[in-house]
Design a protein around this ligand. Structure first.
Ligand SMILES: Cc1ncc(COP(=O)(O)O)c(C=O)c1O
Length: 404
């Protein structure tokens, strides 16, 4: 007997659950896209995005695009065919950014990662030192590209340590960061960490439907745009600078998505506060990890990321024990409980044993406990070992953390 009728829950790493207020904000007519009201809306969003990226120095841009579009926008404005870049692997998504660069004609080197582990800043420094001594100006890396959180492996990279490694090597490469699975959910300090170019999308931590990509362009990235022969009219930054509001989007602005974003940024920056949202994510991630730790001790699954300090606060990648079928677990959760659990992505985990529990964006204690409860229910129904007690461990952690 399915127990799925009622409100559905997305414990899938994006697109994430949308606040009702954000959905309702989209129920409004378009306005004159050349008028002052529309221009003020965009100006306000671009200003607030600088707060989200924690930058005063960068210019922000809004694209009608997903994260892949954000990647292409970043590359198109800064690089030329034949340039070399270094991609820091920590799972799957930085390599995806690198593949896109390669398709555009950039030479891509990958600093190999270790399964489930974050980027090793020492290895970055060593590779960059080597690059400085073994290549001439033209051949040197023009950019170092990484993600803050790899949504496939659920590891988090130490962006300040990577910046320190680039600086310690004395390397001039642009530092580009994908914050698609992290920005809005955990500390990201563009200026303080010396990130030159950062990007994210609307559909995860920013609680807005998919369809918008955001770039924050620091002074060093900005200075590269003149020489970038990957430049195109759609992605070009200069094209989006003028007074004409229509051209800020290189065409018709996506008005209803902008209304949604306006409401979501008010929720994040004004009603909750960015730092409170980071703290909420940390606590709810800890609750998820407490449940998983319990299930893991019972022999049902393991964390994909072996180092506790490198496990991120937005999604947890898991590997079911041999002989257990994670697809059956996900199907059970969806069909019987109305909870969507994440599929494994990339080739990191065995396809029939990997799964991901997301805990990002519009996510609170009952949602977290509900999703974990559905997993525990499914484990019990499917006869997985050691199910009982995971949800209690999560609730106990939250209760202890909030003890009055
Ligand atoms: C870290 C990261 N970067 C980039 C992307 C690509 O974004 P999109 O699917 O919106 O193109 C994703 C998607 O999940 C992601 O998690």
């Amino acid at each position: 007997m399915p127990l799925s009728h009622g409100r559905k829950l997305i414990a899938f790493p994006g697109p994430t659950n949308l606040p009702d207020e954000v959905l309702q904000a989209m129920h409004a007519q378009s306005i004159d896209i050349y008028g002052d009201e529309a221009a003020a809306l965009t100006d306000g969003l671009l200003t607030d995005l600088r707060k989200v990226f924690r930058t005063e120095a960068a210019r922000t841009f809004i694209y009608i695009a997903n994260g892949h579009g954000g990647w292409e926008a970043a590359l198109a404005n800064t690089l030329s065919r034949g340039d070399r870049v270094l991609v820091l692997d920590s799972g799957s998504f930085a390599k995806g950014w690198g593949e896109m660069a390669q398709t555009l004609g950039v030479d891509v080197d990958i600093l190999p990662g270790r399964p489930g582990r974050a980027v090793d800043a020492n290895a970055v420094e060593a590779r960059l030192r080597d690059d400085l001594t073994s290549h001439g100006d033209e051949q040197r890396y023009k950019a170092v590209l990484t993600v803050q959180i790899d949504t496939a492996s659920s590891t988090v990279n130490d962006l300040a340590a990577i910046r320190a490694a680039i600086s310690a090597a004395g390397h001039p490469a642009l530092y580009g960061v994908d914050g698609v699975a992290s920005i809005g959910c955990m500390p990201f300090e563009m200026d303080a960490w010396g990130v030159d170019l950062a990007l994210t999308g609307s559909q995860k931590g920013l609680m807005t439907p998919p369809g918008l990509a955001f770039l924050a362009v620091g002074p060093r990235a900005w200075a590269m745009r003149g020489g970038a022969d990957l430049h195109s009219r759609y992605w070009g930054w200069d094209e989006r600078l003028g007074e004409i509001h229509y051209m800020k989007y290189c065409g018709t602005p996506p008005m209803q998505l902008l209304y949604a974003l306006r409401r979501a940024l008010d929720l994040l920056l004004r009603e909750e506060g960015l730092e409170a949202a980071w703290a909420r994510h940390k606590l709810l991630a800890n609750a998820t990890r407490a449940a998983v730790q319990h299930w893991s001790a019972g022999g049902a699954m393991t964390f994909y990321a072996p180092e506790p300090a490198e496990r991120c606060d937005t999604v947890t990648t898991l590997v079911a024990a041999e002989g257990l079928d994670s697809g059956a677990l996900r199907r059970f959760c969806l069909e019987n409980c109305g909870v969507a659990i994440g599929v494994p992505t990339g080739d990191l985990t065995p396809p029939d044993r990997g799964f991901r529990i997301a805990h990002m964006g519009h996510w609170n204690a009952p949602m977290a406990l509900g999703a974990l409860g559905a997993v525990e229910l499914a484990m019990t129904a499917l006869g997985w070992p050691g199910a009982h007690g995971g949800v209690s461990a999560a609730a106990a952690l939250l209760g202890e953390s909030l003890r009055v």
